[in-house]
Design a protein around this ligand. Structure first.
Ligand code: NAP
Length: 250
């Protein structure tokens, strides 16, 4: 295999500017893909990823849009296709948490979480489906969460949004498979990012005790699994949910 197997391809990584998304952007770029690095508000982080890609000789474009707004998503996908000429890979990674016990979760918190984590993935998949179906090629990778599989007290909205991603993944896999567009989901366990930085040491050691491999995951652990789903070796896999959680959940 060439060391740049994705050199003709273009990827959109939502929330590609920080944490797991940043590692995914850098990984896909290292495999040769041109990467559209989406973000919501932190332009500095997105530009840093673009610079890192360019320093390695790759191509990247920072794109600010809210995945929860369909019109913004449609416009961004048009811009990517106009800029790079194609769009082969979508990684639905942008996500938020709004933790709180059920009785303290407002309707607004519930809706915001579903809007970004679930509707955002739907809007992005819908927008890329046309160019992918036309090209008879596409790879859609949805970043769900182990919490979508297990549930968690205080995370009803987050868990529901991430469990919804399973149904979206399987339905789209069935719908788009005849056009050689595969759709798979990853369920990260606990990964060291800004999202989990607020856990205290006691919470972290409680979590570690449930992880067979004895450590929190790193963003690169998820990026490596995403890369697998973009490479030819996974071309016969669709509609699957892959746990990347150090054995925390089986
Ligand atoms: P993070 O460090 O908080 O980064 C979130 C990224 O998403 C940022 O780039 C952010 O952009 C972007 N974003 C947030 N809302 C957006 C919106 N409405 N539209 C566009 N972009 C938006 O998160 P992370 O920990 O890397 O998590 C990435 C994904 O993995 C999420 O879907 C999360 O649920 C999932 N996950 C994480 C863990 C974990 O342990 N960390 C475990 C399981 C699953 P700005 O910086 O501009 O706000």
């Amino acid at each position: 295999m060439s060391d740049k197997p994705l050199s003709e391809q273009v990827a959109l990584v939502t929330g590609g500017s920080r944490g797991i998304g940043r590692a995914i952007s850098l990984k896909l770029a290292s495999l040769g893909a041109s990467v559209a690095v989406n973000y919501a508000s932190n332009a500095t982080a997105a530009e840093e990823v673009v610079s890192s890609v360019e320093q390695q000789g790759g191509k990247a474009l920072a794109l600010k849009f809210n995945v929860a707004e369909e019109s913004e998503v449609q416009a961004a996908v048009k811009e990517i296709v106009a800029h790079f000429g194609r769009l082969d890979i979508l990684v639905n990674n942008a996500g938020i948490t709004s933790d709180g016990l059920l009785v303290r979760t407002s309707a607004a918190d519930w809706s915001r979480t579903i809007d970004v984590n679930l509707s955002g993935s739907f809007f992005c998949a819908k927008a890329v489906a046309k160019p992918m179906m036309k090209a008879r090629y596409g790879r859609i990778i949805n970043i769900s969460s182990v919490i979508g599989e297990t549930g968690n007290p205080g995370q009803a909205a987050y868990s529901a949004s991430k469990a919804g991603v399973f149904g979206l993944t399987k339905s789209l896999a069935r719908e788009l498979g005849s056009r050689n567009v595969t759709v798979n989901a990853l369920t990260p366990g606990y990964i060291s990012t800004d999202m989990t930085a607020e856990l205290n040491d006691e919470q972290k050691s409680g979590i570690k005790s449930q992880i067979v491999l004895g450590r929190l995951g790193e963003p690169e652990d998820i990026a490596d699994a995403v890369a697998f789903f973009t490479l030819p070796g996974s071309s016969y896999i669709t509609g699957q949910v892959l746990g990347v959680n150090g054995g925390m959940h089986m």
